[in-house]
Write a protein that binds this ligand. Structure first.
Ligand SMILES: Nc1ncnc2c1ncn2[C@@H]1O[C@H](COP(=O)(O)OP(=O)(O)OP(=O)(O)O)[C@@H](O)[C@H]1O
Ligand SMILES: [Mg+2]
Length: 279
């Protein structure tokens, strides 16, 4: 597997009189993976994300993106292009007066030739299913649509990885679903690598791999099944378990022999039907 991000033993504090907010963090992200980072408020997730695009250079350790070292000022603009970031508040991410202008703006900034720009513009708006909205004013869109436009603007720059930092947390359930679907299709169709930072464990269960952060450290890494096998750890660090995982625990406490592997409502319902039909 091709590594596209490699974080080696980084530590960081915002200033000398502050405690360290990242402590000896190491991780790798492979091409085409969808990785979720979960953790309580203040555990260092956003700080870690900023280290990945060179916005923050850790005092100790190193970060490599697509082979480039973020400490190397010569490659910082290339790194920023390779690592696209979508933030929490969809309203703070617009510069253009129409959807089309907005997506074009980022490409103009990166000096992409006009013809190529027009080609990519249509392609990315189709990918996020916003092509019918090209001439709309961004502020008239729903939260989910705004985030899809923000994602289109990033995908147009052909990044290696897209980082979503709580990008669905201000959206309603419909908006969340839209974003998860969009991200999944970009991940599958384009092989785009995705790193999603989220409080929402319902969302994290869809990732290929989960990293759990607590107090500036990565305390656990694994597939969703591996992570939710020991829900006690997640509860202990203050995370709200997905509904299906909570139900597994409640059912078992009542003597119903579920396997405990269901992570979504759908999986749990299927398991209960199977169990029911064998009773
Ligand atoms: N610019 C800053 N200056 C000083 N301290 C900061 C700064 N930004 C964040 N911190 C501190 O660093 C720690 C980690 O913050 P960070 O934003 O990385 O956490 P987080 O996991 O993203 O939290 P949240 O879930 O609230 O987004 C916190 O204690 C926070 O107060
Ligand atoms: Mg954060």
């Amino acid at each position: 597997m091709e590594k596209i991000i490699e974080v080696s033993d980084i530590s960081y504090n915002y200033s000398d009189d502050h405690p360290k907010v990242l402590k000896h963090v190491s991780l790798t992200i492979n091409k085409g993976e969808w990785v979720s980072i979960i953790g309580h408020n203040g555990s260092g997730k956003s700080t870690l994300a900023k280290c990945l695009n060179g916005l923050i250079i850790p005092q100790e350790g190193s970060v490599h993106v697509g082979g480039f070292d973020t400490r190397d000022p010569e490659h910082i603009w290339e790194i920023r292009r390779l690592v696209g970031m979508v933030f929490q508040n969809p309203d703070n991410q617009f510069v253009g007066s129409t959807v089309m202008d907005d997506v074009a703006f980022g490409m103009e900034n990166h000096g992409i030739p006009r013809e190529e720009m027009v080609r990519r513009l249509h392609e990315v708006l189709r990918l996020v299913r916003m092509d019918a909205f090209a001439d709309r004013e961004p502020y008239r869109l729903s939260g989910g649509q705004k985030q899809r436009v923000a994602i289109a603007g990033i995908v147009a720059l052909q990044p290696l990885i897209i980082i979503l930092d709580e990008a669905t947390s201000m959206l309603d359930p419909e908006g969340r679903r839209e974003i998860i679907q969009t991200v999944r299709s970009l991940n599958k169709k384009l092989g785009l690598t995705v790193l999603s930072i989220t409080h929402d464990l319902e969302e994290a269960v869809h990732a290929d791999r989960i990293l759990v952060m607590n107090q500036g450290q990565v305390v656990k890494k694994g597939t969703p099944h591996e992570i939710f096998k020991t829900p006690e750890l997640l509860e202990k660090i203050g995370l709200d378990l997905p509904f299906a995982v909570k139900m597994n625990g409640l059912l078992r406490a009542r003597g119903i022999a579920v396997t405990g592997t269901a992570l979504t409502e759908e999986e749990l319902v299927n398991e209960l039907w199977t169990l029911h039909s064998t009773m």
